[in-house]
Design a protein around this ligand. Sequence first.
Ligand code: AP5
Ligand code: ZN
Length: 213
Amino acid sequence: MNLILLGPPGAGKGTQAKMLIEAYGIPQISTGDMLREAVKNQTALGMEAKKYMDSGQLVPDEVVIGLAKDRIAQPDCGKGFMLDGFPRTVPQAEALDKVLADMGKKIDHVISIEVPSSELLGRLTGRRTCKACGQGFHVMFDPPKKEGVCDKCGGELYQRDDDNEATVSNRLKVYEDQTAPLIDYYKAKGLLRPIDGVGAMGEILDRIKAVLG
Ligand code: AP5
Ligand code: ZN
């Protein structure tokens, strides 16, 4: 099963992806996580990407298309995969269609997680992530048992550089301008599965499972 998780910053794509890995055993491909790893390792690609990420802009299409293409070709994606944060522009979606067609694959469902924009800023500025295992938390909605420490592995929690108020408002604007058009793109293909993204995280997972079967 090949899935796309679509939705604005803070909609819960990463949160649901982590739970879907356990439920369906398919890997999460997050271009955001891949780019943050490149930034951490100070690779040439990471240093180039950081300029865009820090201001909430999108990294150029050719960079992320290359990353996603290489990742989808890995053997662990043979039984399926979940794209999180890719595609994010119409040219990225068109490139993905071509990459998959060349591999004899296709997307089965586009899970479109819908959350009102009024809720997104608070979700993002309160997010904390584990440095060691990547588990996500929220200071109010999903707090760790001990402040600043991951429940799962004991790792240290950090706040993403782009989760400050100014960068978040840019990211939300970029989403509306460049990514929201993908909703119509996938609706026209009959692949769009709208999911109400407000409620408890487990309830939202159940809504997605009901669609996937
Ligand atoms: P990326 O890492 O993809 O970030 P994003 O799309 O902005 O999405 P987020 O990770 O912020 O949100 P999410 O939906 O995963 O929310 P989460 O589950 O964590 O991209 C970052 C940057 O990289 C981009 O700005 C761009 O520069 C670059 N980039 C990446 N991909 C690119 C591409 N394809 N093309 C070009 N550039 C690219 O949840 C958020 C918070 O809410 C958490 O604290 C969570 O605990 C909480 N939460 C989750 N669910 C609920 C709930 N139901 N109720 C209450 N709180 C909840
Ligand atoms: Zn951890």
